[in-house]
Ligand binder design. Sequence first.
Ligand code: SAH
Ligand code: SF4
Ligand code: F3S
Length: 447
Amino acid sequence: MKFHITTFGCQMNVHDSQWLARALESRGWEEAGEDDALVYIVNTCSVRDKPEQKVYSELGRIAAHLKRDPSVFAAVGGCVAQQIGKGFFQRFPFVKLVFGSDGIAGAPNALERLAVGSDERVALLDFMPVYEEREHALAPVAGHSRQAFVNIMQGCDNFCSYCIVPYTRGRQKSRHPDAVLDECRALVESGVREITLLGQNVNSFGMDKGGAGVSFADLLRQVAVIDGLDRLRFTTSHPKDIAPEVIAAFGEFDTICPSLHLPLQSGSDSVLKSMRRRYTRDHYLAIVDALKQARPDIALTTDLIVGFPGETEADFQDTLDVMESVGYESSFSFKYSDRPGVAAVNMEPKVDSEIAAERLMRLQTLQNNITRKCLKILEGSSTHAFIEGLSRMQDGGTTSWKGRDPAGRIVNVATDEGGDLVGMMVPVRITEAKKHSLVGERNGEPW
Ligand code: SAH
Ligand code: SF4
Ligand code: F3S
């Protein structure tokens, strides 16, 4: 059976899609291009209105394939599936399955049943009270990029006032630490060199019933010393929960990469309060100081929302100030978007959309300037790039590879020697800083 998966949203969705693809492949299914699949899976994101709308246009495109083959059908998974649920069956009759993030474990079996012609409609939308282990699907094989995601938890309990995630992903459920460690060890044994631990708020790992009394700092330390692991990352971190032991770990383990995504959302204390983020600007800046002390070369990135209800020009200035003083390497920034059922829907006054757009532009201009400076000072330095694949731009007789330095910056490396460098660490000297990436030349033997 030929299937095609489209994924919107965060790394947790990307990881879920990877798992689902492998689980289907282990049943003999085959991943296919957009034009010759029979089963279309759309893994969706509901965090803002825009990604939600993309789901409906994607389903519109899939409907066109019914002309090619009337047995084509679709499955909708992830956060919009959880939000709209069976509503998809009415609007799009060729949608036969909807599944949420807890329901995904049952999706491969449901798809198998539907693919043999069953005309039922299946909704896997129940939240589970504990983290349910999914069936073991084939791990990525060596020769692949040798990077892997590992889920450590599901859901979120924070209920930031703008955010739909706690409603679409359910309550926080930590995975058993032994299961996390077993998966990490098995991945490293199979050739994986870089692991990213995933959760909506990894720093609160173990603060629910799961986690068996193990804190995130403990778990991180145990993964960091797995023999053969070269790089360890984790995301996302909520500033209110990051423990001093986690900050210290950046200075203690070479495997822990010198980068951290630490969403600020706003630099204004009053906006942070109405966002229910439960930290202040000073608290956030103290964490940043401690991180820079533990690991002076740490690269910080963030998420920012502009135009939150009630945000004034002075509040926005506070956000720009914090951006400057932290000096983020890069950031994701968004215009506030009303989401169904969240507390901020009822908060007033709403910021005029044009004002929000203008703020977003000013913020992104400042970010581009800071990014340029961060990259410029790296010219002439030496580092190593973990090669993920070929660069988009190829130039004449040389082959250009795309890799990442330990902080996660993109480094393009050209070499005229043959051979496949994917999954290798290549020593490089940085020769040029581009707008969002670095260019390097090889200055040592890959390992
Ligand atoms: N768990 C992560 C974030 C998940 S959502 C965390 O707590 O950091 C990813 C980002 O989307 C958020 O950090 C926020 O910046 C943005 N976001 C969430 N809800 C939003 C909304 N209603 N409007 C605009 N941006 C939003
Ligand atoms: Fe959303 Fe806040 Fe949870 Fe992040 S911590 S997923 S922003 S509610
Ligand atoms: Fe989007 Fe759901 Fe992730 S709303 S950001 S896919 S948790």
